[in-house]
Write a protein that binds this ligand. Structure first.
Ligand code: 5AD
Ligand code: SF4
Length: 486
């Protein structure tokens, strides 16, 4: 937990406080008593299972939700045969929605055997009116629905569900205040995401995020720095600064600040060894930031820089506000300043009106930039976005063919590029015991490449020197060497 809360001291006699986070502490205590009573009746602990769909933002939100659930007395489980199952949903592509509906059917079969089970849904998908209507109509067994702006209210909503005994829905269209200082249950003891801003104002024409995550709001630098200091004191060595568009951080703060200023201040925090951030929008990536990356030794030599398409014409239709040439020029500037930087990207194939020529422009960018890795997506039509109203959608078979060609080339290049540090000694953050090989640990280089090396769980969270013996395409096999580099 990132902050000590003593729920025992909370007086439940008066009505709930109006101010946050005190109001939520009041409801956490109410829920805690309810959970305790129920658990005594059953003669066993109550279990909660949280399933996260989608991006790092959602993963971090889930840690906050878990922090609240833990505080009110639930034990965590990964088994959906639990007393409370919470899906933190994603809606960036249609497939994400389909997966949730599919799994809800399965949850219903579990609930039939355990009618007291509570099923809760939150996250981006719940910000869509049609989704909530469909669930209220056809998935009556769901107990609790809330969105992206009010996750901090989980205890209050849960308490309403406990006392009212019927489906509770609470979706906000926007959120102006950012509620600080709620409990968080981190997945990893040694690394953590840190939200620096919420929402997005870019309105790329294919993207639903600005509609479901709302307008851009930055956290105050002091709040971010205080959180990171607390994390460092708690043993965290790596932070990932999170935002849909971190390069426009700070614009709407009462005292405007820039992302590079923030980065320099995080770099000074004792105990933090690695700083990552995502996502960067190419149009907002300033020279000031490149300088800051160069100067700050803890900032990892890795940048996720979504290109989306290599065709300037399609980029215009996507409302990305840069051209192919501007993107390539930015990559040149980055590489001139930080020669060993590794670049990764996101690419969408089959945006409406994409021709073979447009697609070849994307292939050309891939050839020129030589990404360490790239996430490739088939364009998915999202109702309500401008691109969904465009007429010339590309036939499925054409998209599939382009997608396969792109993926093949990305993988070939990636295998060549990722081996660049072979036969050198590098610092590796040991993350967890290897899933497949007993006696091995899995860790990451600063540039995010995975390394497997002999070692045991006691190394977890430590940064160790590893000699990279063999490159296997996307990862290395290595062995630990003593502190001094050989
Ligand atoms: N279809 C396909 N991919 C999408 N993305 C966002 N919206 C869509 C969509 N409608 C991709 C973008 C973004 C990543 C998070 O998801 O590439 O960078
Ligand atoms: Fe979506 Fe574009 Fe905002 Fe990224 S920058 S979240 S792609 S609208």
């Amino acid at each position: 937990m990132d902050r000590d809360i003593n729920l025992d001291r909370i007086d439940l006699e008066p009505p709930p406080p109006e101010a946050e986070p005190e109001r939520q502490f009041y409801f956490m205590e109410q829920c805690r008593r309810w959970v305790k009573r129920r658990s005594e009746e059953l003669g066993r602990p109550l279990f909660a299972c949280t399933v996260t769909f989608g991006c790092q933002m959602n993963a971090r939100d889930s840690e906050k939700l878990l922090g609240i659930l833990r505080e009110i007395g639930y034990e965590e489980t990964s088994d959906e045969h639990a007393d409370l199952v919470l899906y933190n949903t994603c809606t960036v592509r249609e497939n994400a929605n389909k997966r949730v509906y599919g799994r809800l059917g399965y949850l219903n079969t579990i609930k039939k055997k355990n009618p007291d089970m509570i099923i809760a849904l939150c996250g981006c998908m719940m910000q869509e009116t049609e989704v909530v209507e469909k669930i209220r109509k056809s998935y009556r067994f769901v107990d609790l629905i809330f969105g992206t702006h009010n996750i901090f209210k989980l205890a209050e909503l849960l308490y309403r569900r406990f006392t009212e005994g019927r489906m509770v829905t609470d979706i906000w269209n926007s959120a102006d205040a950012i509620v600080e200082d709620l409990p968080v249950e981190r997945k990893y003891p040694f690394k953590s995401g840190v939200n620096i801003m919420f929402g997005c104002d870019n309105f790329c024409s294919y993207c639903i995020v600005p509609y479901v995550r709302g307008r851009e709001r930055s956290r105050r630098p002091e709040d971010i720095l205080a959180e990171i200091r607390r994390l460092a004191a708690d043993g965290v060595v790596e932070v990932m600064l999170l935002g849909q568009n971190v390069n426009s951080y700070g614009k709407n703060l009462p005292e405007p600040a820039t992302f590079s200023q923030l980065l320099r201040r995080v770099n000074e925090i004792e105990g933090i060894r690695r700083i990552r951030f995502m996502t960067s929008h190419p149009k907002d990536l300033s020279d000031e930031l490149i300088e800051a990356m160069k100067d700050c030794g803890k900032v990892c030599r890795h940048l996720h820089l979504p290109v989306q398409s290599g065709s300037s014409r399609i980029l215009k239709e996507m409302n990305r506000r840069y051209t192919k040439e501007q993107y390539l020029e930015l990559v040149d500037r980055l590489r001139a300043a930080i020669p060993d930087i590794s670049l990764t990207t996101d690419i969408i194939v089959g945006f409406p009106g994409e021709t073979e020529e447009d697609f070849l422009e994307t292939m050309d960018v891939v050839e020129r930039v030589r990404y360490d890795s790239a996430f490739t997506f088939i364009y998915s039509k999202r109702t309500g976005t401008p691109a969904a109203r465009m007429e010339n959608q590309v036939p499925e078979d054409v998209v599939k063919d382009r997608f396969d060609r792109l993926l093949k080339r990305i993988q070939e290049i990636s295998a060549e590029v990722c081996g660049r540090d072979l036969h050198t000694v590098q610092e590796v953050l040991a993350e967890e015991p290897d899933d497949h090989m007993d006696g091995y640990m899995t860790g990451r280089l600063g540039n995010n490449t995975i390394v497997h090396f002999p070692g045991d769980a006691s190394l977890t969270g430590r940064i160790v020197n590893v000699y990279l013996e063999e490159s296997r395409g996307f990862y290395y096999m290595g062995r630990m060497v003593p502190e001094e580099k050989t």
